[in-house]
Design a protein around this ligand. Structure first.
Ligand SMILES: [Zn+2]
Length: 231
């Protein structure tokens, strides 16, 4: 049996049995981990704030190599209570947590995803525009788990995407599919494709609300296709 101490973000918690809680965390050390918090519903003292979402927490857990680890203790290191008071921010955060839960494989360290999610939650806490931040995170998440959208060439025939023409993107397949190969659900103008490429590289890009909405749909559909979950 090994004990570990790590920074973590709660992605889900459900009641279990009479008094326990099963919590899923994205941890810095081992990626996504399920943990049982014994007695958490009887007394909240030992797990103070650790089982509330959105804050960065530092926790100690034991790992016996089973499906669930055992949460021993923890504390909040970065509280983000403002998100709770802002419905837009809360919805964006909730969506991001669902994406992480669905896309990140268990027991696989995902430092880029951890960093991306932390950045998103900090931005929401600061009151930055929610949809733009969620979009940035969604692209970073897809890249982080190896499902980055292919935007430079057709996924089917490999032909490079012409730089001066709109192109079809099929989120289910993971990127551009040229017209001769059947095209895709979204026909994106050149400007949007360029913005999507910059997002996929994690580069800063100024986006209009309309472009944010369109690219968010593309990213969400790609995430749902890979994870098989409701977004
Ligand atoms: Zn093609």
């Amino acid at each position: 049996m090994k004990a570990f101490t790590t920074e973590a973000l709660l992605v889900r918690q459900i009641a279990y049995g009479e008094s326990d809680v099963i919590a899923t965390f994205l941890t810095a050390t081992h990626g996504k981990l399920g943990m049982v918090a014994r007695g958490a519903r009887r007394s909240s003292r030992r797990f103070q704030g650790v089982l509330e979402p959105l804050s960065t927490v530092r926790l100690t857990y034991e790992d016996r190599g089973r499906e669930l680890c055992t949460l021993k203790e923890g504390r909040v290191t970065v509280p983000r209570t403002r998100i709770m008071e802002d419905l837009d921010a809360l919805e964006a955060a909730g969506k991001a947590l669902r994406f992480v839960r669905a896309l990140c494989p268990p027991r696989t360290p995902e430092p880029d995803v951890m960093q991306g999610l932390t950045t998103l939650l900090d931005a929401l806490q600061e009151g930055r525009p929610t949809q733009a931040e969620l979009l940035r995170f969604s692209f970073a998440l897809l890249t982080g788990v190896g499902y980055g959208l292919e935007l430079s060439r057709c996924l089917r025939c490999g032909k490079p995407r012409p730089a001066d023409r709109p192109a079809y993107v099929d989120p289910d397949k993971g990127g551009v599919v040229c017209a001769s190969c059947g095209g895709g659900k979204f026909l994106l103008p050149v400007e949007l494709l360029a913005e999507a490429e910059r997002l996929a590289l994690g580069e800063p890009v100024e986006l209009s609300d309309l472009h944010i909405a369109t690219l968010l749909r593309v990213a969400e559909e790609a995430i749902v296709a890979h994870a098989g979950v409701e977004a």
